[in-house]
Design a protein around this ligand. Sequence first.
Ligand SMILES: Cc1cc2nc3c(=O)[nH]c(=O)nc-3n(C[C@H](O)[C@H](O)[C@H](O)COP(=O)(O)O)c2cc1C
Length: 201
Amino acid sequence: MKLNSLITIILIMGLASCSNTKTENSMAENNALEVLKSRRSIRSYQDKMPEKELIAQIVEAGTYAPTGMGKQSPIIVAVTNRDTRDQLAEMNAKIMGVDTDPFYGAPVVLVVLADKQYPTYLYDGSLVMGNLMNAAQAVGLGSCWIHRAKEVFETPEGKALLKEWGIEGDYEGIGNCIIGYSAQETPQAKPRKPDYVRYIE
Ligand SMILES: Cc1cc2nc3c(=O)[nH]c(=O)nc-3n(C[C@H](O)[C@H](O)[C@H](O)COP(=O)(O)O)c2cc1C
């Protein structure tokens, strides 16, 4: 083969691979946007433990949330143990003053706590919660933010749990991200309020 033809072939191959990467990137971007927009709070779950690999992927995505000055103030406690999950549900329900399951039957609770010594801990922990819920959607699992983690881990029972888990320091409960296989139709998102976004151009 002549040198000229060889160079032309190499150039064409290079261009083709560039345009492939571009298409793949924009597909990935579209998928990401679709995940963000289609995630809804799920409030009914199948009695089926999600695969360990899926839980690991969700938790890993949580750890990549941005944090103030990159200090990584939050921690995630992935609870799959049935007794601990039930204990957390009971403590949460007690704070709410109800005797129903605040975790809606979800088998997994990802407890997010954040170290109060960092001024951005609340924002950091909330972003982790967002990542967890969106990651759950991305791998085909349902999720919901369940509140009152702050109050739960301020009780003597909550503090004892933290000790048992080897968590020392000034940690505040940010939220409980329940996950599992959905047992309901995905609800429709409420229409976004018309003045949600202002463009200053
Ligand atoms: C800070 C926060 C606390 C929440 N606490 C609860 C809760 O305790 N129980 C619950 O069922 N949903 C809870 N949610 C879920 C919201 O009710 C839900 O996100 C909202 O209704 C919008 O619905 P969507 O998530 O399907 O878009 C909470 C959400 C946030 C952001």
